[in-house]
Design a protein around this ligand. Structure first.
Ligand SMILES: [Zn+2]
Ligand SMILES: [Zn+2]
Ligand SMILES: [Zn+2]
Length: 310
């Protein structure tokens, strides 16, 4: 099971249009941040499968960068523009049952319409309402031929750590979070590897995670290892709807993953400066400090980062 960070940037992306700050002008690739998204890839008895988390305005570029040829489902955190405005680019994967498809096959078949319900897209009922309103044309009756993606929206409100979504050998648990005045969905992905359960948690966008939701993360991973936590951490200063760095460290300390990664990063800090900030603050977070002393890490994510479970 591997998670690839496709975008580690906030809603503007970095560089920000028309900004001349040192981060936006940086030559370090790690300071070039597309809008937040990730790809979970697994191999199991169902074959090689790819699951996309969020489909923002940079999805096309992100898919081309990694030569994405197959997509099995999409998990949506919430319907803000920076997480969903690439939705039309799902056409490539929704106009044919994408499993067992490769690029050559797809080209030879000229994108036939999917026979079934379309590409599975998992989200909360709140997100579903918003998606169906904002992208109404997708769900209206329209001519055949494929100007719109064919999507099968699946409501995940009833799933929890006690009742996970089971997709073959992959277990998925949604985590309700708050992001200013809207509710968002974090995701925990778990799979057995060599007889042991491994998990990855992806928690953005948020600025509040309730005790119940923190317990959900802990319970979902309690009988195995939480290898990676990817968490919203916008900048050092407070923000009305995103974790700042200290809030991200606070939640990461409670969750206790082996490796914690900051994402949804703004242009306030260079990649190296974020790491310096974390290293300086770490002694205030005793659980994280202990994890780092035992070989764990707390670091800013960057585009292209690949997180493996071992
Ligand atoms: Zn966002
Ligand atoms: Zn800037
Ligand atoms: Zn948002």
């Amino acid at each position: 099971m591997k998670l690839t960070v496709l975008g580690s940037g906030t809603s503007h992306g970095v560089p920000v249009i028309a900004c001349n700050c040192k981060v936006c002008k940086s030559g370090d690739k790690k300071d070039n941040r597309l809008r937040a998204s990730a790809l979970l890839s697994i191999k199991d008895v169902s074959g090689d499968r790819n699951f996309l988390i969020d489909v923002g305005p940079d999805f096309r570029e992100q898919a081309l960068r990694i030569n994405l040829c197959k997509l099995d489902a999409v998990f949506l955190t919430h319907p803000h523009a920076d997480h969903i405005h690439g939705i039309d680019d799902l056409r490539i994967f929704s106009h044919k049952n994408s499993s067992a498809m490769n690029c050559d096959e797809r080209l030879s078949k000229k994108f036939p319409e999917t026979a079934g319900k379309g590409l599975a897209m998992y989200m909360s009922s709140d997100s579903e309402k918003c998606v169906k309103t904002n992208f109404h044309y997708i769900f209206m009756t329209h001519e055949k031929g494929g100007g719109t993606p064919k999507l099968n929206i699946i409501d995940v409100d009833s799933y929890s750590e006690k009742n996970p979504l089971e997709l073959g050998e992959l277990c998925v648990v949604p985590v309700p979070m708050e992001h200013g005045c809207i509710k968002t969905t974090g995701w925990i992905f778990s799979k057995k590897l060599n007889g042991k359960k491994h998990s990855i948690a992806y928690l953005t966008d948020c600025n509040f995670i309730s005790e119940n939701s923190l317990n959900r993360v802990k319970n979902a991973c309690s009988d195995g290892i939480l290898d990676h936590l990817v968490i919203d951490a916008l900048r050092a200063d407070k923000h009305s709807s995103h974790n700042n760095f200290d809030q991200a460290l606070f939640y990461a300390d409670k969750i206790g993953a082996v490796h914690t990664w900051f994402t949804h990063l703004s242009h306030d800090f260079l990649h190296g400066e974020i790491q310096d900030y974390i290293d300086k603050k770490l002694p205030e977070f005793t659980n994280l400090q202990k994890i780092v002393e035992n070989g764990g890490t707390v670091s800013p994510a960057f585009d292209g980062l690949e997180l493996d479970c071992k």
